[in-house]
Design a binder for this molecule. Structure first.
Ligand SMILES: Cc1cc2nc3c(=O)[nH]c(=O)nc-3n(C[C@H](O)[C@H](O)[C@H](O)COP(=O)(O)O)c2cc1C
Length: 175
């Protein structure tokens, strides 16, 4: 699939069949992460956790409880969640560290689209997970790493058609 077609087909998919990506597809998605830019090339300060353990996925969902933004499960019953965590250089995470994590998620999302898989950025449930140290322990992160964001991935029945680019969707000014 042409790169610009991938961008136009990518969308937030919020329904999954339950079938997980194959090992080969997961490898390609991880390669997409590994090709992402990272601020100051501090790759050692980024950690990816591929979560397929249903108990851990359910614990993330249970932690959200009734603080849901949309109806249904906040992880949409997707079979895989890839958590991106970063180790702050200073006391707390800064915008460059969050930005690196977001780029990794987006690269993986584009790769999933190119492979015909559904994916959705999940920030809300991870933000809430960070309020629950017992839940964060279940992610078994290396010392000092903080969950930033995540991507759920899986097979979907939802069509992912090429979407029209909406001229002016985001305001643009020129100086
Ligand atoms: C930083 C960020 C956080 C997001 N967090 C969530 C989330 O927690 N749950 C969710 O369902 N979608 C989440 N999304 C997806 C957005 O809602 C979605 O990208 C937006 O509605 C545009 O739709 P599209 O992705 O289909 O183009 C997030 C997207 C971004 C960029």
């Amino acid at each position: 699939m042409d790169f610009f077609e991938v961008m136009k087909r990518r969308k937030s998919v919020r329904s999954y069949t339950g079938k997980a990506p194959s090992e080969a597809q997961m490898r390609m998605i991880l390669e997409a992460a590994w090709t992402s830019p990272v601020a100051r090339a501090r790759f050692e300060n980024i950690h990816l956790t591929v979560i397929t353990d249903k108990g851990v996925l359910q614990a993330i969902v249970d932690n959200v409880g009734d603080r849901v933004v949309r109806p249904g499960s906040p992880l949409y019953d997707a079979p895989v969640l890839i958590l991106v965590s970063a180790k702050p250089v200073g006391e707390v995470l800064h915008n460059n560290e969050y930005s690196s994590a977001a780029m990794i998620v987006h690269n993986m999302s584009l790769a999933a689209t190119a492979l015909g898989l559904g994916s959705c950025d999940i920030w809300g449930a991870i933000n809430l997970a960070n309020e629950n140290p017992e839940l964060v322990k279940r992610f078994k992160l290396p010392e000092g790493f903080v969950p930033c964001c995540s991507l759920v991935i899986g097979e979907t029945d939802e069509p992912m058609p090429v979407r029209e680019v909406q001229e002016g969707k985001m305001a643009v000014s020129y100086l």
